[in-house]
Design a protein around this ligand. Structure first.
Ligand SMILES: O=C(O)[C@H](O)[C@@H](O)[C@H](O)[C@H](O)COP(=O)(O)O
Length: 237
């Protein structure tokens, strides 16, 4: 059972276009502030489909991209040429930023399965400046975030970080291919978490998860109810 943390702030917008503009402006300002304060900005980006037009908008901003480090919250265990690759989506939607020197640290490494690549990916992540200035997460309608899928094999280790690595291997139920994910402790090595969701279905799932309850059936609760890092939610219908 988890609950009782400081409630996340919710930024609701009339439509996705205004949500994307507001969140892109917020992230752009955060990057500028981080570079001014620390000489670099370090961000964890969610995969999936929702953030693609956010990243495409951000890509057009005049930012110190050569001082920006980007990695992913989680990754399907596929190569860059696979349409399911989150890293490929980030490199595609932030192509101008990458061309201007933004560093992308991918999570897919060698090995047949995520479990084979954990140590290598974990040491690669050590090149990312931490604490992360922002961790951007999405959420599925099953209330997973990153690759913290309900009922997944490896979920406990991903939430606890018990293996002592920055990443964990998770195999969702129902034959979904195995994934690599930053562990919860790794995601919380950050100054701020932003959760980007759209649609009424996900809003209903979010509202339920904002209530105290068990984490296993609603893993996004582990992020929403922790008290270590401030969480903002960005939502449009
Ligand atoms: O690899 C992934 O799919 C993501 O990292 C995952 O956690 C995503 O954020 C949610 O599944 C929402 O995905 P959509 O934005 O496609 O709904």
């Amino acid at each position: 059972m988890i609950g009782g943390g400081t409630m996340p702030t919710i930024n609701s917008h009339a439509d996705k276009a205004s949500l994307v503009t507001a969140l892109a402006d917020h992230i752009g300002g955060l990057i500028r502030d981080a570079v001014a304060a620390y000489g670099r900005a370090s961000l964890v980006l969610s995969g999936g489909t929702t953030p693609a037009d956010l990243f495409a908008r951000l890509d057009g901003y005049d930012l110190p991209w050569d001082k920006v480090y980007l990695t992913l919250s989680d990754e399907r265990w596929v190569d860059l040429d696979d349409p399911a690759s989150n890293e490929a989506m980030v490199r595609r939607t932030l192509s101008a930023a990458v061309a201007k020197g933004a560093t992308v640290v991918g999570l897919k490494s060698v090995g047949a399965t995520p479990a084979d690549g954990l140590a290598r990916t974990s040491s690669r992540l050590a090149t990312m400046p931490r604490p992360y200035d922002l961790v951007l997460l999405g959420m599925g309608e099953d209330s997973h975030t990153a690759s913290f899928f309900p009922g997944a094999t490896g979920l406990a280790e991903a939430l606890s970080g018990a293996l002592g690595l920055a990443v964990a291997a998770v195999t969702p139920a129902g034959g979904v291919p195995a994934r690599i994910t930053l562990t919860l402790p790794e995601l919380l090595r950050s100054r701020a978490v932003a959760l980007l969701i759209t649609g009424d279905k996900k809003k209903a799932v979010l509202d339920a998860a904002l209530k105290p309850g068990p984490v296993e059936p609603a893993p996004v609760r582990a992020v929403l109810h922790q008290t270590q890092v401030p969480v903002s939610i960005w939502w449009a219908p």
